[in-house]
Design a protein. Structure first.
Length: 117
């Protein structure tokens, strides 16, 4: 049974790896921007999970997002500059990790009916 903070720690580590890729000068500007956007997308889901976890401090349901975040982090070393085929598994794994986080996150209510976001 995973704890909320275990999931957050794994997510924070993945987010850090994505940030490093977004700042790595070996990649083209477009690749770095892509990694930066991927990091932002994942960060948004991680932040929502931290604010509104669906199952409290600990739950067996947190095992899935924990495992997918850890699995996504293992894809980072396989990325190579200017080789999109080496980067796609990371994109897919991070997207899956973000979707798994959504599955254990309560919707955050909007304070006003027409508020953006």
């Amino acid at each position: 049974m995973a704890k909320q903070m275990d999931v957050f720690a794994a997510g924070k580590s993945l987010r850090g790896k994505l940030y490093q890729l977004s700042q790595d000068g070996h990649y083209s500007a477009a690749e770095r921007e892509g990694f930066g956007r991927l990091m932002s997308y994942y960060h948004m889901q991680l932040e929502r999970f931290l604010v509104a976890p669906a199952y409290g401090d600990a739950s067996a349901k947190y095992d899935k997002p924990l495992a997918s975040s850890q699995a996504a982090e293992t894809k980072v070393p396989g990325c190579r500059p200017s080789v999109p085929e080496s980067q796609q598994p990371l994109y897919d794994a991070v997207h899956k990790a973000a979707e798994d986080l959504k599955g254990v996150t309560n919707p955050i209510p909007r304070p006003f009916k027409n508020a953006p976001g």
